[in-house]
Design a binder for this molecule. Structure first.
Ligand code: ADP
Length: 257
């Protein structure tokens, strides 16, 4: 081999080794994060069940409260597994898109209705800023998941008496969807990493609220899978604005323009 060829070959090998190392670190980190997330609910469930087994004479009320706690932890684990399944499929590129035109203002109203109990509890007002219909093209269920994650985050990371507003802006070919809150906000140092899986600013706040740390990573995969982008602007202590784009859709035939 000529000298130049050897140099090229060596360079290629160095790149290959670097990629393999990065993949290995990624796998190790992923397994570590996952074990950490599953540890708490599994140990909690084990604790409640062991107590029930070892104390046959527990009064009915205490026994029932232990069972309820075990059930809540099981629910948390099921949520985590659902999110993991979604993110693995997204990263493998096997999230199939079922594109259709739909009214995203209507979908937002429905999503907000489902988040209302959580919002009332947190003393947060939810508002949709749209008079009529706003048609976009996308996978209905995937976009519902994005809206749910963003709206629920705006409640989880709110301040009491807060407000979340969802607005729509007409860009030439696209619609920009904006979810704005006046909650706790995100500091500049954390902002660039917020869409990474398992990345959280305040781990205890997120976990207490049942967060998996995967929500925004899932949102990013879904929106990028649509060939679009999602971003965040935020000021610590003042609030956050998450926005993403979707292609404009067609109203169903026969409906008013
Ligand atoms: P989690 O399950 O922890 O909410 P996400 O991926 O949805 O996971 O969000 C990652 C982190 O980004 C959260 O733990 C939180 O620190 C921060 N975050 C997300 N949305 C908001 C928001 N609207 N306001 C402030 N911080 C937020």
């Amino acid at each position: 081999m000529a000298n130049v060829d050897v140099m090229d070959w060596a360079k290629g090998k160095i790149e290959e080794i670097k990629t393999l190392r990065e993949n290995e670190t990624f796998r190790r980190e992923f397994a570590g994060n996952l074990a950490h997330e599953l540890k708490t609910p599994v140990f909690n469930i084990q604790g409640y069940i062991d107590t029930l087994i070892e104390n046959e004479n527990l009064d009915r009320e205490t026994a029932r409260s232990f069972l309820l706690k075990a059930a809540r932890n099981t629910e948390r684990m099921a949520e985590l597994i659902k999110d993991l399944d979604l993110i693995s499929r997204a990263e493998a590129g096997s999230l199939n898109l079922r594109l259709q035109s739909f009214d995203i203002a209507e979908l937002t109203r429905r999503t907000i209705e489902l988040s209302e109990p959580q919002a009332v509890k947190a003393d947060v007002a939810l508002e949709v800023n749209a008079d009529g219909s706003v048609y976009v093209e996308g996978d209905y269920l995937q976009i519902e998941q994005v809206l749910t994650n963003l709206i629920q985050n705006s409640i989880t990371y709110s301040k009491p008496g807060g407000k979340t507003t969802v607005s729509f802006f007409d860009l030439d070919e696209n619609i920009l969807i904006e979810v704005a809150d006046n909650g706790i906000g995100i500091s500049r140092e954390h902002l660039p990493r917020i869409f990474e899986r398992f990345y959280r600013v305040d781990k205890s706040r997120s976990r207490n609220e049942g967060g998996s740390g995967l929500g925004l990573a899932i949102c990013k995969h879904i929106i990028e899978g649509h060939g679009q982008s999602i971003q965040v602007q935020s000021k610590e202590g003042q609030g956050s604005v998450f926005s993403f784009t979707l292609r404009k859709g067609q109203p169903p035939r026969g409906s008013a323009p």
